[in-house]
Design a protein around this ligand. Sequence first.
Ligand SMILES: [Zn+2]
Length: 414
Amino acid sequence: MTLKLFKHGRIYTPLTGRDPAAGGEQGKLAFYEDGCFLVDNGQFAAVGAMADVEKCLEDRCPDQEFDLEGAAVIPGFVDPHTHACFAARRETEFSMRLEGKSYLEILKAGGGILSSVRSVRSASDQELFDFSRALLASTLFYGTTTIEIKSGYGLDTETELRMLRVIDRLGRETPQTVVPTFMGAHAVPEEFKDNPEGYVSLLREDMLPAIAEQGIARFCDIFCEEGVFSVEQSRRVLQRAREWGFRLKVHADEVHDLGGAAMAGEMRAVSAEHLLAASDAGIAAMAKEGVVAVLLPATAYSLRKPFARARTMIEKGVPVALATDLNPGSCFCESMPFVFSLAVMGMELTPEEALTASTLNAAWAIGMSREAGSIEPGKMADFLVLDGETPAVFAYASGARPIRSVWKLGECVA
Ligand SMILES: [Zn+2]
């Protein structure tokens, strides 16, 4: 048991416990100007003004003391949407996109997700692990202390299971907390090109039971999009996933407004993600059912598309979260600071709203808000010491890494 006292920090944190913050609450943070906090055995034990925290100490003496020298301190970033388990980059395809080929055109030409499927299927477990571990190390450097990783480059039962086992190993062998999501419904694989219904059956009858049995994924996600899975197919896959005990996520209305956001509301999914083309009706359905919007502005940036309507979502009472969408195709972005900066400069979130979106609301989107997402007693002592006085430094110093140090479970890890 080690007891660590951190003092003289400018502490900014959401302070709502485990619940997500929506509407006007999203921009409300607790702020301690000359704040300090106590870390007991890797967890926050107290936070506030020096006098209050000293009271908590009673007659115990900290094993170590750290002077934060007036730097801003925020909770560690939670990245609730990544595809950070793959075996090769796709830079050539990025050049094709710059020449004007659309994402769906590249998908039809056998590129896109399907080229990652080929490289993941032919990689060994160790190769897949090594490649992904390097990605995770980079996200940690940029302040991500909890990360969700989706499968979805296997698209057959065996390879999806293999990916989830690699994701599980990443959680055990890297400093970060890793939350696994099963996304066998990421694309229709080549062998089912002429029989997509056959693949929906494989998902429902074979993959979901096999993955549930191994207990290695908490969430089930689906790419509900024109040319991928229809709303009706998505509903059938998600219904079966729910029967097997998965919590639900939906890649919804990224390219076209198919009604994915409304379907996420109807299915009581935890989150709907992307939402670049989400309609007013879809946003209303999400607000009604408390579905969190996981927005991925680095993907919109990388695809040169308009950003999601974050302001409307906040005004309508949808809790908004932010994520990188780190993947080899549409968005090779490892940096939550960059996402934060895009959210403020491009989607017009206030820095306070962006902070809640990239910590507490992000944690809630992946079922981790009891353990992560704020500097509150009982949560993991995951925090960032910033090279700046306020969280706005991420937008002020856009493209930089205004982070002095990254702490996970009370240990300095980057
Ligand atoms: Zn995604």
